[in-house]
Ligand binder design. Sequence first.
Ligand SMILES: Cc1cc2nc3c(=O)[nH]c(=O)nc-3n(C[C@H](O)[C@H](O)[C@H](O)COP(=O)(O)O)c2cc1C
Length: 173
Amino acid sequence: MQFSDNRDLTHRPDATGFRKAAARFTTGVTVVGAINEDGRPIGMTANSFVTVSLTPPIVLISLKHGRTLSAVEASGRYCVSVLGAASLDASWHFSGKQVAGNPPALHNESDFAVLPGALAVFACDVLRSVEVADHRLLIGQVRWCRHEEGEPLAFFGSEFCSGPGTPIRNLAY
Ligand SMILES: Cc1cc2nc3c(=O)[nH]c(=O)nc-3n(C[C@H](O)[C@H](O)[C@H](O)COP(=O)(O)O)c2cc1C
């Protein structure tokens, strides 16, 4: 496809270049959980979490096809647990990697799959879901949320990082 100003929309970055550029965007780390059809809480690590609207409270996650997405679609609900630095093991485990000792587990809290010790929890009803490539964008209306104080877990340059960084300006509101 060609625009009249000669921008070539057929140009695409290669997968490695795209991954490296995307990795320059610092994110938090969450575990998105759902209750599966056997009534068990399951989940996966996700950093695609975005707040869409404050009033009403609406969020978005992007999940690839798999068992967590299937459970979200079947139940019509999901729960986002925002990880603190102390939950590094959970981010590892819920991205399908082995951890030493007992693996962290999600708790069923009134039909939402919550990670104990999370810095924040957003319990959501799926408002709309949109298929994009091999992912689904799940727009969720927040039914309830809560938060705690603690050191955040961040993801930058394909590495898990701890700490809030160095504050350089305060947005007071
Ligand atoms: C830091 C980090 C962030 C991730 N974010 C996402 C995400 O936003 N969406 C996604 O589909 N997978 C994401 N993944 C990959 C999934 O956690 C991983 O594929 C998981 O095993 C899928 O679980 P499932 O088998 O329940 O589908 C992420 C992995 C890591 C380590």
